[in-house]
Each structure stands twice: as C-alpha cells, then as structure tokens.
Design a binder for this molecule. Structure first.
Ligand code: GLU
Length: 428
C-alpha cells in the first residue's frame, strides 16, 4: 500500500480509527492461521442483525427529544447474544458493530455458551437527570425488546450505564412479558438477582491477566510499577485490586486529566477523593499530568481502561511499558499493534484481559435461571479458574504459532465459533 500523498495518509488514519476495520484485520490474520474458507469467513465476520431505533423521550422541561439507539447481534452460534449497552455522545454504528463482534470473540475465548451483541444510545448522560435517563432507558428497551430475552440476547452495563440502568431494563422487559425475568440482563443490583462479585469482575479479571503475564516475564508485584488509564469500573477497581496485591500504581486518570506519583498512589484514598470531587484533578500527593502524556510515563505495565483507540500510530513510539493489559475494548489500533509486536512488548488483548466482566455475567445468568445464588468466594474462585485456564490456552496457542497473544486469542475464539457453525450448518 502506498503511503505517499495526503489523500492516502488521511484515509489510513480514518481506517486506523475505525474499530470495525480494526477487528476485521485481526480476524483475517487469525482466519488465515485457521485456514478458513471464504464463505465461512464471511458468515463469521458479518453481524447477524443490526437494529437502529428512534427513542422519543419527554425531557424535564417538557420538550420531546428523539435519541438514536442501536443493538447489534453479531453472532449467536454458541448461544444467546451477550454484551453491554453504552450511553455516550460519540456512539456510532461502526463502533457498536465492532464491539458486538469483540463480544463474540470474548465469550468464545473464555469458553462461555454465548454469542456477541452490543448496544448503544447516542446521548450525553452527564447532561441528563435521573428521570430523563430512566425514561430513555425504558423506551429504548421497549423499542428493542423483540430481539431481547434470556434465551436470545442478554444486555449488561458498559460505558455510562450501571446496575440501576439494568434494573430499569429488567423491569421494562418484565412488565411487557407479564412475568419477572431477571435473566434478561446481567450486572443488576443484588436485590434483583444480581451476582456477588459482578461489580468487581472486570477489574479482577484485569488483575489476574496482569499477574499471569508478569509471571511469564519473571516479575514480582512488589517490583512492578503500573499506569492505569481510567478510574471507573474497570480501571479504578483493577487499580484497587492490584494495589492490594502489592503493585505500585503510579498513575490514574479520568476524562479531565491524569494524576501521577512515581512513588505510588494510595489508591483507596484516590478513589475516595474521586467519589467526593467527581474528578481526580487536585488530588494531593500527586502531580497533574495531561491525558496524552499519561500513556508515555515510565512504567512496567500500562493498563488502558478507558475507551477505544488510545494507543495508536501517533503515540505508540513513546510508550515505555513492557506489558500492556487492555482493560478497555479496542484501545490499541492495528498499526500500533505491529509496532508493539516488533518491539517485543507483550499485549494481553481486550477479548482476554477484560473478559472477567462477561464471565461473571454468565455466572449471574446461570444463578438467575437456577434461582440459586452462590457465595462471593465461589464466584471469585470460578472466575479465577476460567481466567487462568484461558490465559494458559492462549499462551500455548501463541507459542505454537509463534504469534502475539492477540492473534492467538482470535485464533482460539474464531476456531471455536467456526467449529460450532460447521456442526450446526447453514439453516436453509
Ligand atoms: N460491557 C462489558 C464488556 O464489554 C460486559 C458485557 C457483559 O457482561 O455482557 O465486556
């Protein structure tokens, strides 16, 4: 491919930032390793169903506003679609498509009986009241509920949605079907059939993935400095759990900026400060650092746990970490992957590193369907088993094919879905 000429260069950048293309490029590499034929590739690459809905909401000032919502079901060969719903101003169909495909591969790589789905609503939740968010959530649920259900598609929290959002979805769905269906969503409050350990599960999975990767690199927690991009459900909880295990967390960030202390942050205090002040800036015992600079800070481990495309061709050369553990979905662009590979930086990819959340979502769904609830110890030890086993399997595949952990994860994930598809056959 020619890299001369501004037209080509800007197209390359557009492509670099398109998450669906980023997914598709890794998919093709893994499909080559698996020797998949062109027809099967097309089946597995193509999202099965894409629903776009207009969601009218009566705002607090009595005006009517129409929001756009999506639910994409990428693949349900292995079971019901599973995946979060995000509320954000920059949600778009390509992003939701990519995220739904990543959910297919994520569920597959850790061996869950689920396909992949994802939803999103274009809105700015920071500008909306609780009442407006509730009306938006309920109307969006009603608009997509023909394709939802415990055996069809089971949403969960994602960016800017939480246990309360899931409670509204569960209630709206249940009122329409005239029976309480707790298993239609996961990540619910405990009082409504949620699972112990679900809130911390993604952060816990990130911590386990980092630990397993560091074992391979021969490093101990006490000698390891960690920079975490983010401070929410994934980054904040991941940092807290790693802090408890003896790692030195030197930086955390939010949308307004990062804080840095090379000697280590007191993570519980940082999270308390964040809960009170709604931002990290101003936290004593740390210097303020702009978000772009944070990723380039000296450290052993970098955990991007914010959003897509934060490690790209623009900043990859300046990244100093020896290990990257992807807490977010799609934080590393395809061209950046190559550079990291060439430099021998180990990357635990999103579909493996952040799979703890959906794994405990699976446990929640199982508990709801059984009507029998497990202790937190049982949840955590089963999560630990699944994460460690999946990491070992991916590592083995990477060694066998002499490839990165990312491509190895895709090989395992796509291989499993492809095998199931071949056994089921095309329905005609
Ligand atoms: N939104 C989370 C993810 O991206 C969790 C999905 C789920 O639990 O279904 O993995």
């Amino acid at each position: 491919m020619s890299t001369t000429g501004t037209a080509t260069l800007s197209q390359e950048l557009v492509d670099e930032f398109n998450p669906f293309l980023a997914m598709a490029k890794r998919f093709e590499i893994a499909a080559d390793y698996l020797g998949l034929d062109p027809g099967l590739r097309e089946v597995l690459r193509t999202p099965n169903r894409e629903l776009s809905v207009a969601v009218p909401v009566l705002m607090d000032d009595k005006t009517l506003k129409v929001f756009t919502g999506y639910r994409v079901q990428h693949n349900f060969v292995l079971g019901p679609c599973k995946g979060g719903i995000r509320f954000a101003p920059d949600v778009n169909l390509d992003e939701v498509r990519a995220l739904s495909a990543w959910m297919t591969w994520k569920c597959s790589v850790v061996g869950l009986p689920f396909g992949g789905g994802k939803g999103g609503v274009i809105c700015d939740p920071r500008e909306m009241s609780q009442g407006e968010l509730e009306r938006l959530t309920r109307r969006y649920t009603a608009s997509i509920m023909d394709i939802l259900g415990p055996d069809r598609d089971v949403p969960a929290p994602d960016m800017n949605t939480n246990a309360q959002t899931m409670a509204w979805i569960m209630d709206t769905y249940s009122m329409h079907v005239r029976s309480t269906q707790t298993a239609v969503v996961t990540g619910k409050p405990l009082a409504l059939g949620g699972s112990l350990g679900r809130h911390e599960a993604t952060g816990r999975g990130v911590m386990i993935s980092a630990r397993e990767a560091l074992k391979r690199l021969g490093r101990r927690a006490e000698d390891t400095k960690v920079v975490v991009q983010g401070s929410g459900n994934v980054g904040g909880i991941g940092a807290l759990l790693m802090h408890r295990e003896g790692y030195t967390i030197t930086s955390l960030s939010d949308m307004y900026g990062a804080i840095h202390n090379p000697k280590g942050l007191d993570v519980p205090k940082v999270l308390e400060y964040l809960a009170e002040n709604k931002k990290l800036t101003g936290f004593p015992d740390a210097e303020a650092v702009p978000n772009e600079v944070q990723l380039e800070l000296p450290c052993d481990v970098l955990i991007p746990a914010a959003t897509e495309n934060t490690i790209t061709s623009k900043n990859v050369a300046k990244i100093q970490a020896k290990l990257i553990v992807e807490g977010a979905n799609g934080p590393t662009s395809f061209p950046a992957d190559r550079v990291l590979d060439e430099r021998g930086v180990m990357v635990v990819p999103d579909i493996l590193a952040n799979a703890g959340g959906v794994t405990v979502s699976y446990f929640e769904w199982v508990q709801d369907r059984m009507g029998y609830f497990w202790t937190e110890e049982v949840v955590n030890s089963r999560l630990e088993q699944i994460m460690v086993k999946s990491f070992d399997q991916v590592d083995e595949t990477a060694k066998k094919h002499n490839t990165s952990l990312r491509i190895a994860s895709y090989i395992r994930a796509i291989g499993r879905v492809a095998e199931a598809y071949k056994l089921r056959g095309a329905f005609a």
